[in-house]
Design a protein around this ligand. Structure first.
Ligand code: PEP
Ligand code: MG
Length: 577
């Protein structure tokens, strides 16, 4: 019996037979052309490109209606790459000038492009390298007349094990009713991960050399929550996992019945469970999950993939749509968090590429640097506060001076709106995200200036543990239970309590049921998360006794051995997970 570990990016357990995709890049032949064959070779290359285009379009046309919206846009990205001159035209010039065969020209040009990507500091753009590679591979297969990756042999119910998967593959796998997948590469924000989460099948990425250990048509266990696969499991292990599978299925059924139940602990504490959204249509899922409000509206998505930032009016309309649909429930609109991995694509406010973009001009720093960008948003948020329960939240606060400048600017915008006769809530609550260690350590200084705090664990963990969120090479260091992270969370909660202001958490940790009980024990009363996990968290809340958890959380905070600490938190969750 052998267990391999990676990063679980979509939870659930599945036991089934594997289909190992061998996506090794094909061997590239190299030869020199006779002059009279050059134009035929150019034609062959153009045909391979057309074939790739037709293949991608066919996939896009067959995207199921319930597939995540990202699916189509990822395939569109591949189509754009395919039509880029750097890929579609440069190899043709090379075939003509150097008289080399099409495969060789494509390979040389792709190596050239990869070298260019290496020079780019922006991790988002760098991450596009994978897409370019996938497109190149598709063209190469067409040139060599190779079948695509053997999808036809994949059977419904298979677990696909691959070195990496393209978005196009992932859509195909959905059609084939694949029930889980495991890849050698990728990180939690890779395309594969994003799609797997939305498709709702267990998935694990970054299991280095899974394709080396797993054979075709072999029964394995995939545990998406733990991020583990078990090869050659014995009977007791399989029956243990089947038992867990049944427990999960039962839990799912029970969860549906919780939609109308209150979010109250056994000892009567009301716990606020809210949803994170990126765009107005996400509100539907939030309402369906019984969220009592929106705890994080990531407005930066409205600013992406366009040349000009949205006007104040457009922003107002978007925010108003969310506020109206929430029908009186609170909506926390976060001001722009652009920069680092979240760059606008080619917009006029694109930040220059810096050496450490995550430590650069991001979020509130970028906004203060560019009031022309920030003020229309502040106006739109303030105006929308006249029509519902709107809260404003500032990301990435790291210094008192910065916070004062934001508050001054808000006051200035209020005066301006008043003068213009615009309506707004003069007492709109303004909160700060605690996601930089400096803000957590000095949360007691920030709290008196704010109406609420919200802990952004994604960044808090990134900055505390010095691990780039988008770099899969340091994924293994990601640990929300790191004592330093736990201490910062506990300090922030305490600072809020001392000041008498609410403290929420809106990072991924808040929506991960593994941490719910510990966070309740640490005194957290507001959680905001992806709507998909809200009912899981609600179930745990309703089965918890905060007074008991407080004692245990106190012990966890004092633990020195990280393994014991993890074991203790697992133990807390035993009845549920
Ligand atoms: C966070 O950092 O935890 C957070 C919620 O914000 P984002 O993921 O958008 O950076
Ligand atoms: Mg953040």
């Amino acid at each position: 019996m052998l267990a391999l570990y990676g990063t679980g990016v979509s939870s659930g357990i599945y036991i089934g037979n594997t289909y190992v995709l061998n996506r090794q890049r094909p061997e590239v032949p190299e030869y020199t052309l006779l002059k009279e064959h050059i134009e035929d070779e150019v034609k062959r290359f153009e045909e391979a490109i057309s074939e790739s285009r037709a293949q991608l379009r066919a996939i896009r046309d067959h995207i199921p209606a319930n597939a995540p919206t990202e699916t189509a846009s990822l395939i569109d990205t591949h189509l754009l790459i395919l039509d880029d001159n750097m890929l579609a035209k440069a190899p043709i010039a090379m075939i003509r000038e150097e008289k080399c065969n099409a495969e060789m020209a494509l390979k040389t040009q792709s190596e050239h492009l990869m070298a260019m990507f290496e020079q780019i500091d922006d991790p988002y753009i760098r991450s596009r390298k994978t897409d370019v590679n996938q497109v190149v591979e598709g063209i190469l297969r067409n040139l060599l007349g190779m079948q695509d990756i053997g999808h036809d042999e994949i059977k419904a119910g298979n677990i696909v094990v691959a070195d990496d998967l393209t978005p196009a593959d992932t859509v195909m796998l959905k059609h084939k009713r694949v029930r889980a997948f495991v890849t050698d590469l990728g990180g939690p924000i890779s395309h594969t991960a994003i799609l797997a989460r939305s498709l709702g099948i267990p998935a694990i990425v970054s299991v280095h050399n899974a394709t080396g250990f797993v054979r075709n048509n072999e029964e394995i266990i995939v545990d998406g929550k733990r991020g583990s696969i078990i090869i050659g499991a014995d009977e007791p292990t399989i029956s243990e996992y089947r038992k867990r599978q049944r427990r999960i299925a039962q839990l799912r059924k029970e969860l549906e019945s919780l939609r109308k139940s209150r979010s109250v602990t056994q000892d009567g504490q009301k716990i606020i469970l809210q949803a994170n959204i990126e765009l107005p249509p996400d509100v539907k899922a939030a309402i369906k999950s019984s969220a009592s409000g929106i705890g994080l509206y990531r407005t930066e998505f409205l600013f992406m993939n366009r040349d000009e930032p949205p006007s104040e009016e457009e922003q107002y309309r978007s925010y108003a749509k969310v506020v109206r649909t929430m029908e009186g429930k609170p909506v926390t609109i976060r001001t722009l968090d652009l920069g680092a991995d979240k760059q606008v694509d080619g917009g006029s406010h694109r930040t220059p590429v810096t050496v450490n973009p995550a430590l650069g001009l991001r979020a509130v720093r970028l906004c203060l640097h560019d009031p022309g960008l920030f003020k229309p948003q502040l106006r739109a948020i303030l105006r929308v506060s006249a029509i519902g329960r709107v809260r404003m939240m500032i990301p990435m606060i790291s210094s008192m001076d910065e916070l004062s400048r934001v508050l001054d600017l808000i006051a200035e915008v209020k005066t301006e709106l008043k003068r213009q006769g615009e309506h707004f809530n003069p007492k709109i609550p303004v909160g700060g995200m605690i996601e930089v260690p400096a803000a957590a350590i000095a949360a007691d200084l920030f709290a008196p200036l704010l109406d609420f705090l919200s802990i952004g664990t994604n960044d808090l963990i990134q900055y505390t543990l010095a691990i780039d969120r988008v770099d899969d090479a340091v994924n293994y260091l990601y640990d929300p239970l790191h004592p330093s992270v736990l201490r910062l969370i506990a300090m922030t909660i305490k600072a809020g309590q001392a000041e008498g202001i609410p403290v929420a958490m809106c990072g991924e940790m808040a929506g991960d049921p593994r941490y719910t009980r510990l966070l309740l024990g640490l005194g957290l009363t507001e959680f905001s998360m992806h709507p998909a996990t809200l009912l899981d968290v609600k179930k745990i809340v309703r089965d918890s006794d905060v007074s008991v958890l407080k004692r245990i959380a106190g012990k966890v905070l004092r633990m020195r051995d990280i393994h014991e600490l993890h074991a203790k938190v697992d133990q807390l969750n035993e009845p549920f997970i």
